[in-house]
Ligand binder design. Sequence first.
Ligand code: CA
Length: 262
Amino acid sequence: MAGDTAAVVCHGNLKNGIDAPTDNREPRRSQAHQKINVKQILVVEDETRIARIVRDYLERAGYRVAVAGNGSDALVFARSRHPDLIVLDLGLPQMDGLEVTKALRKQSNVPIIMLTARVEESDKVIGLELGADDYITKPFSPKELVARVRAVFRRIDPLPEPSAIIRAGDVELDRTRMQVSVQGRRIDATPTEFELLATLTRQPGRVFTRAQLLDAIRGLEAESFDRAVDVHVKNLRRKLEPDPRNPRYVLTVYGVGYKFAE
Ligand code: CA
């Protein structure tokens, strides 16, 4: 399901009659396309009015959205573009939503949220049995749909735990043990020094101002002035650097702050 996000990033109108925006929304869409890791949702709905509302709400919620008006377009899209989630209306012309679900499940585990009308009540049970993840009954509130979409993503993408081990060049930090080693040699770092170093090593090369570094260690101690950062850096260098007066790991960026060597 990782998908070829890069491939979808650049194209505006999709082939096969999928997604034909009638209003002029290109600027906002292309902006959204520039974001990395934006989830893409395929909305399969033959009623253009509903499709448009759903698309607008999902786009406003920060997703990229493509629309397919029938089942076979949806299958083609799903196969080539690997959307992260599919909102699938059950009442579709030709191939109905259940058949689409069945076909989709043969090719992927993409999460599916079904849209059902009350008259299709029994269909939603079949849909769930076929492997749909959730359903929402028409008429529905678009906000609720957005909430369901978010819930599905939360289920499948729990926030990753920050890694316990950080490695940057010769320096390794083990968060669970609060241990720092440089070239395999353990050094004793205070909790403040550890946090400071963790912040720097997570993004080697990034320049941090003293204020940002202070933010990172705030809460660990009462002192809260910029120069405190300098003191901690000095102590850290004494422990970490082969030659503290000629640092190779924690580098000073004059007039700004510090960075970890790339
Ligand atoms: Ca329909």
